[in-house]
Design a protein around this ligand. Sequence first.
Ligand code: FES
Length: 359
Amino acid sequence: MRIPPPIAMLAELTHRCPLSCPYCSNPIALAQKDQELPTETWISAFEQAAELGVLQLHLSGGEPASRPDLTELISGARAAGLYTNLITSAIGITERRLAALDEAGLDHIQLSLQGTDAEMADHIGGYKGGYKRKMQAAGWIKDLGIPLTLNTVLHRKNLHQLPRAIEMALEMGARRLEVAIVQFHGWALKNRNVLMPTKEQAAEASRIVDEARVRLKGQLVLDYVPADYHSDTPKRCMGGWGMLGLNIAPDGQVLPCHAAQTIENLTFQSIRDTSLRDIWYDGAAFNAYRGEDWMQEPCRSCELKKRDFGGCRCQAMAIAGDPAATDPVCGKSPLNARVKAMVAENNASTDGTLIYRTL
Ligand code: FES
């Protein structure tokens, strides 16, 4: 099969983070500070990515502002010709530091929103005073005119705040709002009974997003990741495994998606000792679930296989224990009844205690 070049790269600069979100998408075993790639290796990775065809670089974490060399990394990425997007909670971003990032050529910021008021945001992020600092940073971003996307992860505890999140995106001058219903990988699995949205909540979120897309056409773009566990069709995760983009973990491991390390039968290569080109085109992990040859039934004979590629490999791993299984949220999966029962059980739980992600 013809393998297209990657379009986007997510650089997870560090796993260090001042927040403790209960749905953290980083792996259970975090990379330690002394395992993080040094500045020059990151910049070499950016140059290799640009040569390979990557257009957009997403700088993420953990909290990327925990890296003291963030300005230098952005300069290096811009020099390589990449469009740079900083994904941040804004904790660790001062007015002066933001001006330096802007000066270095930062193209875009994605600001995460854990809730639309201090009580909810600080509760979910596990960081007192975080909301206030975020709002302050939003003001600086607006003053500097840096293009902004507001990101919000919604779940049973805060889904009712979606209308206010849309208003806030407009007030902040954001051009996009990313609404993602919580995905259950890694740490989020520990909080599934508290965070699992109800079917009614998921349907209401879809209705609100549809309505806002029409009402705000030309003013605000809404990206939406729905709750696929309430649907009968799985999501087209990552646009297909190893087809659109790649991730580099803080220690240099190159991954097909942010949760790929949960798939234990895969071995990941490192940017420290293999070129990005070799990893993308020839790496065993990247080729493991590309195309259709790996598919089992019912995916293999399904008319939707080119649309959803069998769903999310990491979700198949988490629920079926087999990364080559049909994503169990699919109505055709033999495990779908188990998923629906699990969702009902989680929805019935009255335990509101969050298990925070701590370092
Ligand atoms: Fe890894 Fe979906 S999150 S394939």
